[in-house]
Ligand binder design. Structure first.
Ligand code: MRU
Length: 344
């Protein structure tokens, strides 16, 4: 990935175009091993997306753009687009990038491969700027919040740059001590494995909790805010994000804790009326049943494994994008955000 700013090296680089192929960190192996994979074909990219070796909505868009470069080289652009589109259904970044890339190729007189490479690099710059803007606006909104709960991984690993929700926490930590309460994020543990790893690279205190402890800890800990990322924001403001987000939003509302959604504009989907219109990815039940070696459920036991959920707009205190902050004026917790700020 071509960096366009002087970002500190503590931020991992989850993917990088080496001139011939896509070089990625295999996020399945983190934090035990920093294993890299070289993706040489569009099918390799689709497989890596499906398996969550590459993940996080903005990064899915960037990976798809480079996947199409490989598809163009193979002379299979249409097939490559279909393969990538089917890899994961929920984040809008994937179909949006593919649609845009197809349109850009149709309008270009240059070769598809060269056109798509330029488009992929343009998208990287868009996401770099989005991360910069979101983390700046978010850190200013939460200027005096010191204990913040988050879910899944929304850092550099999910965006290619500073991140969204996790990026805000890391940026805030540059101004004073911050404790990040990371929900472990079952079943694939993006919070326990990836967010804690990213935070430790920045020297930020990470406390991992089991997802089911979130509500109980809101009663007993001085949690100033919850900040989460986004796979898709529907036209009515409904937030589609990692499974568990809805429950955390309900608990935050019950405890008067501000609930902030950090959303890149590339994940806003004005064409989809509400969260109910979004396909929620259903993953392999084995991810739920076989998580702990030797403690699997009995053969024949089934599981449901939705990867995302819908948080209704009314539960969200504020949405932070790279363009600024939109507060829900009727949410009484907006006052608590300024109270938090006044405690400075
Ligand atoms: O299944 P994942 O790990 O791709 O889910 C990721 C999330 O839910 C993130 O919150 C979202 O993509 C935003 S990443 C900045």
């Amino acid at each position: 990935m071509t960096a366009v700013s002087n970002i500190p090296t503590a931020y991992p680089v989850p993917l990088h175009w080496d001139g011939e192929a896509l070089d990625i960190i295999d996020q399945r192996a983190l934090p035990q091993a920093e294993r890299r994979l070289r993706l040489n074909t569009c099918a390799d990219v689709a497989d890596a997306i499906r398996a969550l070796a590459i993940r996080g909505a903005p990064l899915l868009g960037i990976a798809a753009a480079y996947g199409l470069v490989l598809a163009a080289r193979e002379g299979k652009l249409a097939q490559g687009g279909a393969l990538l589109r089917a890899a994961r259904p929920t984040a809008v970044n994937l179909p949006r990038t593919i649609d845009r890339c197809v349109a850009v190729v149709a309008a270009s007189t240059d070769s598809p491969e060269a056109t798509l490479l330029a488009e992929a690099q343009r998208l990287v710059n868009v996401e770099v700027n989005a991360s910069d803007g979101i983390t700046r606006h978010g850190a200013s909104l939460l200027a005096c919040a010191r204990t913040i709960m988050t879910v899944c991984n929304t850092g550099a690993l999910g965006t290619g740059h500073r991140g969204t929700a996790l990026g805000i926490i890391i940026r805030l930590a540059e101004t004073g001590p911050v404790t990040a309460i990371c929900c472990e994020t079952r079943p694939l543990l993006q919070g326990a494995r990836l967010s804690s790893w990213e935070l430790s690279r920045h020297g930020v205190a990470a406390t991992v909790i089991v997802d089911s402890a979130a509500a109980a800890l809101m009663r007993t800990l001085p949690i100033d805010a919850v900040v989460v990322g986004c796979d898709r924001l529907a036209a009515n403001g409904d937030l589609i994000n990692k499974i568990g987000t809805y429950g955390i939003a309900l608990a935050a509302a019950a405890h008067g804790i501000p609930f902030i959604a950090a959303v890149t504009r590339s994940s806003i989907d004005a064409a989809t009326p509400s969260g109910d219109d979004v396909e929620i990815e259903q993953r392999d039940p084995g991810e739920v049943l076989d998580l702990v070696p030797g403690v699997a459920a009995l053969p024949g036991v089934t599981a449901l494994n939705p990867a995302f959920d819908v948080t209704p707009a009314r539960l969200i205190t504020a949405v932070v994008t790279e363009a600024g902050v939109v507060r829900h004026a009727s949410d009484p917790r907006t006052a608590r955000l300024s109270e938090t700020t006044d405690r400075a």
